[in-house]
Design a protein around this ligand. Structure first.
Ligand SMILES: [Zn+2]
Length: 77
């Protein structure tokens, strides 16, 4: 398994998707791609999410981190 380390982050867990500086979230309503760094994820009783700046559609995220690490990934629904 090849692993490219990024600076300022905990080592990635092999087999898990890791958001990078270049990661783009994709709004499930208007399909606009939003840079990972340009959204501010929120959390409520339904889980983790970000709000699309264009359509204001809620897009669900999941935490794929291990232990105390928080690494967000987008879900398909
Ligand atoms: Zn949108």
């Amino acid at each position: 398994m090849t692993y490219v380390e990024t600076t300022g982050r905990a080592p990635a867990m092999p087999g898990f998707p890791q958001p990078r500086e270049t990661t783009m979230w994709k709004c499930i309503r208007c399909t606009v791609e939003i840079p990972y760094k340009d959204v501010d994820p929120g959390i409520d009783s339904f889980g983790i999410y970000f709000i699309c700046p264009r359509s204001e559609r809620r897009n669900n995220l999941i935490n794929v981190g291990k232990g105390n690490l928080i690494e967000l990934a987008q879900t398909s629904d």
